[in-house]
Design a protein around this ligand. Structure first.
Ligand code: ADP
Ligand code: TRP
Length: 322
């Protein structure tokens, strides 16, 4: 089985990205072949500064490595280092109905807000389908918000296969129920677009401040509280096993525990869980040459696979005459 996923270099990694997707990348690399890339072509739809693009791309690669992606087990690379992917995106776009893209949420939401959308945003799911299909991926670890895009990928892949014969491997989304949607400090889905994130590699002080700012209700300290309606509890659960979850839920229901105490516990759990990764991240910042090397080696491995798939695709649709 081959697992594949990508993340845009569009900002600092937060715990929604980690629990929703990156933790699964790290777990899957133990048993499956893993292809993980930085979706810089996708990020062109939002980042318009070359400097910002370069810097955030390298930082994201270092973040992946610090969080445990092992370049000896998994292939880490830049989307743009495999130009065949844009070639496949074109071919796929010729079997993609307009209606399918019109229903995709990134584009639909923008239009609903009355904002202008460019062709890149409209065609974004076709490029994502190419990312996935070009590596014969079987599993795509992502958070719930990307499920629709993986379904579109399956649809496009099946349309290609039914038009030209069995050529592309049809993948499946790999989404874990408990971490499909991580909540942000304001109670909405955690997302950099909502400025409600807790970032994994922010300075300790900033992390503490962010955690202390999580919105809670005004139940007085001594009163019983409902764990199932509390973002602090939901976030603590990410770090806890079943017994710890139950124990905390009981303390909520018993009353006498303030949200401030729960937030301090959450901060402690965060620091303990990410402590090692944060140290490794600091070390990597001193050796970005290593990060660049990992990306180059990853690109060579990824490109070799992509070229084979493109040969099959060209053959299937008759654009090669040799
Ligand atoms: P953001 O919403 O902050 O811009 P991205 O869209 O770049 O995040 O997402 C990168 C990966 O992290 C995707 O696989 C996405 O599904 C996952 N992800 C993002 N936010 C969350 C969340 N709040 N809960 C679970 N997974 C998430
Ligand atoms: N659309 C994804 C996001 O915004 C990033 C992405 C691009 C991706 N290509 C992919 C994810 C292929 C999984 C597989 O998070």
């Amino acid at each position: 089985m081959r697992a594949l996923s990508g993340t845009q270099p569009s900002g600092k990694l937060h715990i929604g990205n980690y629990f929703g997707a990156i933790r699964q990348y790290v777990q899957l690399q133990q048993e499956h072949e893993g292809f993980y890339f930085i979706a810089n072509y996708h990020a062109l739809t939002t980042i318009r500064s070359a400097e910002e693009m370069r810097q955030q791309t390298l930082e994201l690669a270092a973040d992946y490595l610090a969080l445990g992606l092992d370049p000896d087990r998994a292939t880490l690379f830049l989307q743009s280092d495999v130009p065949e992917v844009t070639e496949l995106a074109w071919v796929l776009s010729t079997v993609t109905p307009m209606g399918l893209l019109e229903r995709c949420h990134a584009y639909k939401d923008k239009i609903a807000q009355g904002l202008p959308a460019d062709h890149g945003l409209f065609a974004y799911p076709t490029l994502m389908a190419a990312d996935i299909l070009i590596y014969d991926s079987n599993l795509v670890p992502v958070g719930q918000d990307q499920k629709q895009h993986v379904e579109v990928t399956r649809d496009i892949g099946e349309r290609f296969n039914s038009t030209y014969g069995q050529t592309l491997v049809i993948p499946e989304a790999y989404i874990l129920k408990d971490t499909a949607t991580v909540v942000g400090v304001d109670g909405q889905k955690m997302s950099k677009s909502y400025d409600n994130t807790i970032c994994i590699f922010d300075p300790e002080k900033q992390v503490r401040k962010r955690i202390m700012s999580i919105v809670t209700d005004s139940t007085p300290l001594e009163d019983p509280k409902d764990p199932d309606n509390c973002s602090v509890y939901a976030l603590c659960c990410l770090f806890a096993d079943e017994a710890q979850k139950q124990e905390m839920a009981e303390r909520y229901r018993a009353g006498g525990m303030g949200y401030g105490d729960a937030k301090k516990e959450l901060f402690g759990c965060f620091m303990e869980y990410f402590g090692e990764a944060r140290k490794r991240r600091e070390q990597l910042a001193e050796d970005m040459g290593y990060v660049v090397d990992v990306l180059k080696q990853g690109a060579a491995r990824a490109r070799a696979v992509a070229q084979q798939t493109m040969e099959r695709v060209r053959q299937a649709c008759g654009v090669n005459i040799g």
